[in-house]
Design a protein around this ligand. Structure first.
Ligand code: SF4
Length: 631
């Protein structure tokens, strides 16, 4: 039996040194405090690794855990978290993914998978309920993630779910990632190269057990309540049509994103992306549909993501080329936000020559970008250096080090943060305080333009003010917290952005630990702590309040911080690269002025105080750890 029905969870341990598997229990005092997913993974990583652990050595571990409620029929709960000591940053490598693999692991009878040791020869692991086998993967080594998924499904049946690494993971690219059932990649976990170093090509899972809840009747009532709230959220109409691109509205040139994306997408059948009732509402069933060469066979699901429009914009390429770029990243198993834009910047600054790179890289040239991607994934030519990530590569490029666009060693998802985050404290602080570095996915991701874009409000047929008022009313947040955030009376245009960041740090930590998808929180959460507490209580039989749910989120967020502090992160690492404070970005002083270091420091100091962290060291204070019961 598995959580949430049982009192104790089940951890499956794969020992690749010995090609043996065994199980251990996950005690209630651990999953009761941290849930599973991100929370348990962080706790276990803290037990299994230390500052001396070589991320690409056999002593490192990879932990793959569905959330505590993954596999139940709560909306948007197929998620699985992959965590390791990152070979890119040396700190926390963790990423979240959807699809069928997480629910299948639960159905096989396991709440978490711990991968240890390293095999001499390539293997894949086959999990069929209690039966765990180590299979020869020699003939699959070198094959991309799409191909191996098809091949293994042919051998083990279409109901099998497959997590696999591609050529990038095999070649120990430091930002490689495993891919679940072709279309799902926890891109920023960096576990691909770790699995490659362990010679583990894939984990195939087939599960036949039922995932039970303690109080199914109440659980179903909560589901209905959640569904009513989800359906009353006005954004779903735009989202169901064109995914998150549909919520962007109209761009600066007055072109509607619905019209841009429309010709290239088609709606797939139910369940094409995740076993999730929100799939059609959020447009996750949207598939790329490109009829013309050279990208006509592109195989990408959830094609309505703003990720694609962002990629097209970043490299000056077409939307079909951005779809194709994403497919290739999934095929080779590699984070699409690696050092790619850094290479463009260095080329533009004249620091990386045609001779060094091996060809002349032109902005807007689609073939050039694809060539770069393949060079890195297969470590060909200069790609071998870039496969080490921006920071290490810069050590080999004269004058490049000061331009490394990374926080805590992880590339910032925005190519020129000075331009794109001007005045956007939400996103800036979410990036700077993300324990893994580099992005705002553990914070205000998706709510960064709170209280809402004018064009989107217009699209909904209401004024921006009406939209903002509706939004603040809609937020599932205690009244006293809302008053602190928005003041009294509410001033929705000027919220306390740090309080908002902290709120979403905690809420996201809960999502990632219970197995809920961030899409249920992006823009404004349709599933807030009230419903999460009800789901958890009905599923486990342990009654918790919405306040306790948020405290659990705070606990998980602080535990991540404890881990990265232990790996050497200090308050100084919560800053932008020095150059961001000293010079404008490439688009010039007016569009991309330097950040103010003093302002950033003031924000950070206040953030530490609000959190109960030591402003000098950036570590949680002993009393904070005690309050949160972190041992
Ligand atoms: S909202 Fe979309 S991405 Fe999230 S779990 Fe549901 S189908 Fe998957």
């Amino acid at each position: 039996m598995t959580l949430p029905y049982d009192d104790e969870g089940t951890l499956l341990i794969i020992d690749l040194n010995e090609h043996k598997a065994r199980v251990e229990s996950i005690p209630k005092d651990i999953h009761g405090k941290y849930f599973i997913g991100l929370g348990y993974n962080t706790w276990l990583l803290n037990q299994k690794t230390n500052p001396e652990t070589d991320p690409l050595g056999k002593e490192n571990v990879v932990i793959v855990s569905p959330g505590l409620l993954t596999g139940t029929n709560a909306p948007a709960t197929p998620r699985v978290e992959v965590t390791t000591k990152s070979p890119l940053t040396g700190i926390l490598g963790t990423g979240n993914s959807g699809g069928y693999w997480g629910p299948n692991l639960k159905k096989a009878g396991y709440d978490s998978l711990l991968i240890t040791g390293a095999s001499e020869e390539p293997v894949y692991v086959l999990i069929e309920d209690q039966r765990v086998q180590f299979m020869d993967a020699e003939s699959y080594w070198g094959v991309d993630t799409y191909e191996i998924t098809d091949k293994l499904k042919e051998v083990h049946g279409s109901e099998a779910s497959i997590m696999a690494i591609g050529p990038a993971g095999e070649r120990l690219v430091r930002f490689a990632a495993p891919v679940f059932d072709k279309q799902h990649m926890p891109g920023r976990c960096h576990a691909g190269g770790v699995l490659g170093s362990k010679k583990l090509k894939a984990v195939v899972v087939k599960g036949t057990n039922e995932i039970k809840t303690r109080d199914p009747e109440t659980f179903n009532k909560v589901m209905k309540e959640a569904e009513t709230r989800i359906r009353s959220y006005p954004a779903w109409k735009a989202r169901s049509r064109a995914g998150s691109m549909g919520t962007i509205g109209v761009n600066e040139e007055g072109v509607d994103y619905d019209d841009i994306v429309g010709p290239y997408i088609v709606h797939g059948p139910k369940g094409v992306y995740c076993p999730c009732s929100l799939e059609p509402l959020y447009g996750c069933n949207i598939l790329a549909n490109i009829k013309d060469d050279p990208y006509s066979d592109t195989d990408v699901a959830c094609a309505g993501l703003t990720l694609y429009s962002g990629t097209a914009e970043r490299y000056g390429i077409s939307l079909p080329a951005a779809f194709y770029f994403n497919e290739l990243c999934q095929r080779v198993g590699m984070d699409m936000f690696g050092p790619f834009f850094f290479v463009y910047e260095l080329t533009q600054r004249g620091l990386l020559s045609e001779e060094q790179l091996g060809y002349r890289l032109e902005y807007g040239n689609e073939e050039h970008l694809i060539k770069l991607l393949n060079m890195v994934a297969y470590r060909e030519g200069f790609g071998d250096i870039l496969a080490e990530g921006s920071k290490r590569a810069a050590e080999k490029i004269k004058g490049a080090e000061k331009y490394v666009p990374a926080v805590k060693g992880l590339e910032v998802m925005r190519p020129d943060a000075r331009a794109s985050l001007k005045g956007n404290t939400f996103t800036a602080m979410s990036i700077l305080t993300n324990p893994r570095g580099g992005d705002d996915l553990k914070g205000t991701h998706g709510v960064s333009n709170y209280p809402g874009r004018a064009s989107w409000a217009k699209k909904l047929g209401i004024t921006e003010e009406e939209h903002a008022e509706w939004l603040v009313d809609w937020l599932d947040m205690p009244r006293d917290y809302k008053q602190k955030v928005f003041g009294e009376p509410y001033d929705v245009a000027h919220p306390d952005e740090l309080l908002m960041t902290i709120w979403y740090n905690h809420l996201t930590s809960v999502y990632n630990s219970l197995g809920f998808c961030m899409f249920a929180s992006s823009v404004a959460e349709v599933l807030g702590p009230t419903l999460l507490a009800k789901f958890y209580s009905a599923a486990t039989g342990n009654m918790v309040s919405s306040e306790e749910i948020m405290i659990a989120g705070e606990r998980v967020f602080n535990l991540m911080r404890v881990y990265v502090n232990r790996m050497g992160v200090t308050a100084a690492d919560d800053h932008w690269p020095e150059t961001y404070y000293e010079e404008p970005g490439l688009s010039g002083e007016e569009d991309s002025p330097p950040f103010s270091k003093n302002d950033t420091q003031s924000l950070l100091d206040r953030y530490y105080r609000m959190r109960g962290w030591n402003p000098k060291t950036g570590k949680p204070l002993p009393e904070t750890l005690k309050r949160l019961e972190i041992d």
